[in-house]
Design a protein. Structure first.
Length: 97
């Protein structure tokens, strides 16, 4: 019985006539993926544009030079950065499963 079941399960199934449904579905999925990637890129570009347009850049370098040592010495910021790195690594590990 097991050999017969293995033989039956090993045979390819006959093609199912779907009148192009599978092809349309794959085209739509590809379009949706490209649309979301484009939307994300456009939103990112808009945010960068607004940040540069609204930020006073004259004093930015001195402000950054003053704030970076304070940020680097902050335990809360270091803990948050470590948690973000761990989350990123776990997400990459589980996406491979």
């Amino acid at each position: 019985m097991s050999d017969e079941l293995d033989r039956l399960l090993g045979q390819p199934l006959p093609p199912v006539a779907d009148d192009g449904f599978s092809a349309r579905l794959m085209r739509h999925a590809l379009w949706e993926r490209r649309f979301h990637a484009g939307l994300l890129a456009a939103l990112g570009a808009a945010c960068l544009f607004l940040a540069f347009a609204l930020a006073p850049l004259r004093h930015a370098s001195t402000d950054i030079a003053v704030l970076l040592p304070q940020i680097a010495g902050s335990a809360a910021v270091n803990m948050a950065a470590a948690i973000l790195v761990l989350i990123f690594l776990l997400e990459r590990q589980f996406s491979r499963l």
